[in-house]
Design a protein around this ligand. Structure first.
Ligand SMILES: C[S@@+](CC[C@H](N)C(=O)[O-])C[C@H]1O[C@@H](n2cnc3c(N)ncnc32)[C@H](O)[C@@H]1O
Length: 285
């Protein structure tokens, strides 16, 4: 895994932001996606500071879909002509239609390693029938609920992978490694599918975990980054998601069915607006 620590306070987030968009551009081009056609879902915030950076890199404003759970923020964005969807970022991404897939999912959560990033990477992406570039940004904190991830890393890798001790992006990816190692163990009959003690099983086979880390590093090419904002350490990871699946999710455990309908309606309205904007700019040119 590559990465760097931007340790200066003033403008640290803007530098990080530019770095993320540069990474996204490089990765999308590598996949053969035209930047002017790449569809982006991003957490904008009211200031929408990512938009000018995205436009300067060649993204089309008709393909930039801002998400915010605050109605006021969304109303303010819409007054400025931004295509904005009101809702929870993970729910919106989860319910995005397959016919117009997202190419770059930019989840600048600014929260701890909690249910949101875990749901995005651990549950939603796993069943995506597309292969977007994904960036997740998180704040380092005292995440007691997910302390097991750090403990597990320590148990399996000792001090050989020091970034796993602290870096929230690396810890998030560790989940994917655990999933892969689990499947490798089952395939190699080291333990059985559904074995209640699979965590213990995995820690008894550290070579399988190492193999899984190598598989994930090669397939997802994660880029880790950290910047300091005030007193907080912000950890992020950007990666390719190559695991496009044909599997159907059995249940939508992230969101209740009636909310799914609302979210899909809002996405459909945003896509319709995107189409109108594209038609408008074609007529004008
Ligand atoms: C997470 S930051 C966005 C940062 C922005 N990318 C920037 O660089 O300034 C703050 C905004 O995100 C919204 N927000 C935070 N978590 C969210 C989530 N899971 N879904 C939707 N909106 C969220 C908040 O309402 C707030 O307006």
């Amino acid at each position: 895994m590559q990465g760097g620590l931007e340790n200066y306070k003033v403008g640290s987030k803007n530098n990080w932001r530019r770095r993320m968009w540069n990474q996204a551009v490089r990765r999308l081009r590598h996949k053969g996606v035209r930047i002017s056609e790449a569809r982006v879902l991003y957490l904008s915030g009211e200031q929408d500071l990512d938009r000018p950076v995205a436009l300067s890199k060649g993204f089309d404003e008709a393909n930039l879909f801002a998400v915010d759970r605050s109605k006021d923020v969304v109303a303010s964005l819409r007054r400025r002509g931004v295509i904005a969807i009101c809702g929870n970022f993970v729910h919106v991404f989860d319910n995005w239609p397959e016919h117009s897939p997202i190419d770059f999912c930019f989840a600048d959560f600014c929260c701890n390693l909690n249910r949101q990033p875990l749901a995005l990477v651990g549950e939603v992406l796993v069943y995506k029938r597309s292969s977007p570039v994904v960036a997740v940004n998180m704040m380092r904190g005292r995440e007691i609920e997910f302390e097991w991830i750090r403990c597990f890393a320590h148990q399996v890798f000792g001090k050989s992978m020091p970034y796993l001790e602290k870096h929230r992006g690396a810890q998030l990816l560790l989940l994917q490694c655990i999933r892969t190692a689990y499947l490798l163990c089952v395939a190699n009959e080291l333990f059985e599918m559904g074995d209640g003690n699979w965590m213990d099983g995995l820690s008894r086979h550290p070579h399988v975990m190492l193999e899984a880390v190598s598989i994930i590093s090669n397939a997802m090419a994660p880029y880790l980054s950290t910047y300091v904002a005030g007193r907080n350490y912000m950890d992020s990871v950007i990666f390719d998601w190559p695991f496009c699946t044909q599997e159907q999710r059995l249940e939508n455990d992230i969101i209740a069915e009636d909310k799914v309908k609302n979210t899909r309606g809002r996405i459909a309205a945003a896509l319709a607006l995107s189409t109108r904007k594209k038609r408008g700019s074609r007529k004008a040119s």
